[in-house]
Design a protein around this ligand. Structure first.
Ligand code: TEU
Ligand code: CA
Length: 558
């Protein structure tokens, strides 16, 4: 009897397919490459993998510009390769999740191409969001809004008809019109398509967008940022925004829920939603998608008080929804956390968009970061052991188990992220966390692929992080992750947590059912370990009954 709750405390490993493993030596990671590494995935002790988009794509946004939702990019493989991967994973009891990108497609999607051709007023244009431009010549965009990567969020149809299409992200990513039933139908077909091929769940990209209301008088960009800020901070549903976190988007997910329940166990979904805490339960409820990412821990400095507040809030939000929370330290959009933790702290106001200090740090991403890698690594391991001790599921991003830092030194002509191109290099963008993995220290392309150089080049120092070197080193980060996941499986227990008071402000101490205790010292000064417990795993070496600074330990009663 399949367990419908398998995801609640699962370890889910995120694969960025183009950068995982290249089976045919063309420099691009592919599905067969992933299949060839199934034994490695099994050795980690994970429950599921989540594949970032591998669909046919214009590749203007790392595959998050999908031109066919029900196929595989020929550069990455075939549907047969996908089936083989599913089978190989099933043999080692690992589930598979895929990424659904429902806010926008690629401009190369056949429906968008049809929309451009069919012209103004056609039913083809009704699948996207087209509006007339302003002014006598309709050559002014309908609003002054900016897209997420910089630059206007409307682009001309290119057909001399005065029409513009809306894109929240890059101009190559036109937004779907979720007022159109055809769009609804098509996504239901896509969900079933992948579920029928053996997929257990989905990660839903920008789940808080989709439904728009662009009728009537629209706010200008400055006014809208005010609304957005209010909505992100206060959330309550009385504040409506033209495209963010509208109540109607939940209707879409109720439809999806019906499809999820057609399967046994029901399909699982996790929402990528950047919304205020009081809105999160809507997305995470069992009538909606089922789980919602909490990125708060990713936005925390390495700081006990910030962690404490974040843990309490995340657990509260998920409990309200009857869901479990998520812990994420890195993903394909963010500065890898070894590097982040090696940087000086920035004031954390929770929502980065409106925080000057955070923006400054993101913009400087990563022209000349003053990174202290040793500190970053020590903290990364401590934070990892802390989140693995919490109730909820943990998402691990490929390479974090190798302790990979962000790659700064990518030649500009190789950079792919629209962030980099739109800001004319002012922000280096997200390519630095997407560099292909180092598998073998002394092989060509570090064992990623056998022939052509990887699509983003691996710096010389990356060989020191190779899987093969770490395999045989008992103290490697790779073996630390394996040990922690192994022990965690043994200690698996109900989703309960009890805080234990500690005299030192910088120390977090909590207990889980079964006598399992987690203690983290986020400060620099060592503290004594509590009496009568033995250490079962620790993020750095234990000496003389002391818990070192910036260290986490798991304890059991003696
Ligand atoms: O990201 C959505 C999102 O909110 C981004 O603005 C994110 O905050 C940004 O990338 C940080 O620099 C998702 C995907 O994860 C991302 O890779 C895509 O570029 C984006 O959607 C558009 O599909
Ligand atoms: Ca390849």
């Amino acid at each position: 009897n399949p367990d419908p709750d398998w995801w609640r405390q699962a370890i889910i490993y995120q694969i960025y397919p183009r950068s995982f493993c290249d089976s045919n030596g063309d420099g691009i990671g592919d599905l067969r490459g992933i299949t060839s590494k199934v034994p490695y995935l099994a050795s980690l002790g994970i429950d599921a993998v989540w594949l970032s988009p591998f669909y046919p794509s214009g590749l203007k946004d790392g595959g998050y510009d999908v031109s066919d939702y029900r196929d595989v990019d020929p550069r990455i493989g075939t549907l047969e390769d996908f089936d083989e991967l599913v089978m190989a994973l099933a043999e080692v009891d690992i589930k598979i999740m895929v990424d659904i990108v429902p806010n926008h497609s690629s401009d190369e999607h056949v429906w968008f191409q049809d929309a451009l051709k069919a012209g103004k007023g056609s039913k083809e244009r009704e699948r996207y969001i087209f509006r007339d431009g302003l002014g006598a010549n309709k050559d002014i965009p309908p609003t002054d809004w900016q897209c997420a990567f910089g630059g206007p969020s409307w682009s001309p149809s290119g057909r001399d008809d005065g029409q513009w299409y809306y894109h929240m992200f890059d101009s190559s990513q036109p937004d779907w019109n979720w007022d159109n039933p055809e769009v609804h139908e098509d996504f239901l077909t896509t969900l079933r398509f992948w579920a029928d091929r053996g997929v257990s769940g989905f990660r839903i990209d920008v789940a808080h967008a989709l439904v728009k209301d662009f009728n009537g008088d629209l706010p200008n960009w400055e006014e809208m940022n005010g609304i957005r800020e209010k909505k992100l901070r206060n959330g309550n549903k009385h504040i409506t925004h033209p495209y963010m976190d509208r109540d109607e988007v939940q209707e879409v997910y109720k439809e999806w829920r019906k499809v999820f329940e057609e399967y046994n166990p029901p399909l699982f979904a996790v929402a990528e939603c950047w919304v205020a805490p009081d809105r999160k339960p809507l997305y995470a409820s069992s009538e909606g998608l089922g789980q919602a990412f909490s990125f708060d821990i990713m936005l925390c400095n390495f700081d006990a008080q910030e962690y404490r507040e974040c843990i309490i809030q995340s657990l509260k939000d998920s409990e309200k929804a009857g869901s479990s929370t998520t812990w994420v330290l890195s993903n394909h959009d963010e500065l890898r956390h070894v590097t982040r933790y090696g940087l000086p702290n920035v004031p954390n106001a929770g929502y980065p968009e409106f925080d000057d200090a955070f923006n400054e740090y993101k913009r400087s991403r990563f022209t000349n970061p003053p990174v202290d890698v040793a500190t970053g690594l020590k903290r990364a391991k401590a934070a990892t052991l802390m989140i693995l001790g919490l109730p909820g599921s943990t998402y691990v991003y490929q390479g974090e188990e190798l302790n990979l830092p962000e790659v700064i030194e990518i030649p500009n002509d190789q950079r792919q992220d629209p962030h980099f191109h739109r800001t004319k290099g002012e922000c280096l963008g997200r390519d630095g966390c997407r560099v292909p993995l180092p598998w073998e220290a002394t092989s060509k392309n570090l064992g990623f692929g056998s022939d052509r150089p990887p699509h983003l080049s691996q710096p010389e120092w990356m060989k020191d992080y190779s899987v093969d070197l770490q395999e045989y080193n008992e103290d490697s980060t790779l073996n630390f992750y394996r040990r922690a996941l192994d022990v965690r499986k043994e200690l698996q227990c109900a989703e309960e947590l009890e805080w234990i008071k500690h005299d030192v402000e910088d120390v977090l101490h909590f207990a889980r059912p079964g006598g399992w205790e987690i203690i983290m010292n986020a400060g620099k000064t060592p503290v004594p370990l509590p009496d009568g417990r033995r250490v079962i795993v620790s993020s750095s070496e234990m000496k003389d009954g002391m818990l070192d600074g910036e260290t986490t330990a798991w304890l059991l009663a003696e």
